[in-house]
Ligand binder design. Structure first.
Ligand SMILES: CC(C)(COP(=O)(O)OP(=O)(O)OC[C@H]1O[C@@H](n2cnc3c(N)ncnc32)[C@H](O)[C@@H]1OP(=O)(O)O)[C@@H](O)C(=O)NCCC(=O)NCCS
Length: 188
């Protein structure tokens, strides 16, 4: 099992069954907060966490990417992952969440940065996407901080609890990331 090291505080490891109990505990503890933008959290069960890890392991076996636990100072604090990699077009997209107690410290920006290094420099992908609900300002800021370009709005892209919300689509190309990355991330 490999580890992606963003820096001395932030490390990413593809999810294994070992993380299931703690991952579920966090989604349960921060259910209200996380479900604001992640509607699936509202009714999430321990079985769902197992199923998610199952899916991630199968995804990795098929060489379609993976979902990683984000470890901040050695404790798991969230998840980041590639949605299914489209190898024909060498592109994919990122999804992520972080517990509220560690937000505001750049943990997600550093985690995304490591995932971008891995995607562009190791996997040889050419394009990465992030989609965020229009009013999900914190998530949009993550994309903007990393130099993604706002490419468009998908109208009424998602049913969020009681209403449709628009998604903002952000894109980043390999050549753009090459100009910005300090290539700090490494994997072991
Ligand atoms: C989206 C989400 C991950 C953003 O978390 P976040 O803590 O704002 O993001 P980061 O970890 O990149 O932290 C950025 C903040 O840390 C600060 N920061 C400190 N050190 C930093 C560093 N080394 N690098 C970047 N930012 C740093 C930034 O200034 C910024 O501060 P601000 O909140 O005052 O603007 C989080 O809000 C979340 O999980 N939300 C719920 C789930 C969700 O919406 N997921 C996305 C669905 S599209």
């Amino acid at each position: 099992m490999f580890e992606l090291v963003a820096d001395e505080e932030v490390r990413l490891r593809p999810l294994s069954y070992r993380e299931v109990p703690e991952l579920y505990r966090l989604t349960d503890l921060y259910r209200d907060h996380l479900s604001t933008w992640l509607p699936w959290v509202r009714r999430h069960t321990l079985t769902d966490t197992y199923a998610f890890v199952d899916h991630s392991i199968a995804q990795q076996r098929r060489n379609e990417g993976f979902q990683a636990g984000i470890f901040y100072r050695h404790a798991i604090v969230g998840v980041i992952g590639y949605h299914k990699i489209d190898w024909d077009n060498r592109k994919t997209s990122l999804g992520y969440w972080l517990i509220p107690t560690v937000q505001g410290r750049g943990v997600m920006s550093r985690a995304c940065s490591a995932m971008l290094d891995y995607a562009f420099f190791h996997l040889g992908l050419n394009r990465m996407e992030i989609r965020a609900a229009k009013d999900n300002i914190r998530s949009r800021r993550v994309a903007e901080r990393l130099g993604f370009t706002q490419e468009g709005i998908i109208r009424q892209a998602e049913w969020l609890h009681d209403r449709f919300v628009d998604h903002v689509v952000y894109g980043l190309l390999a050549r753009e990331w090459e100009q910005r990355s300090d290539r700090r991330a490494f994997f072991a």
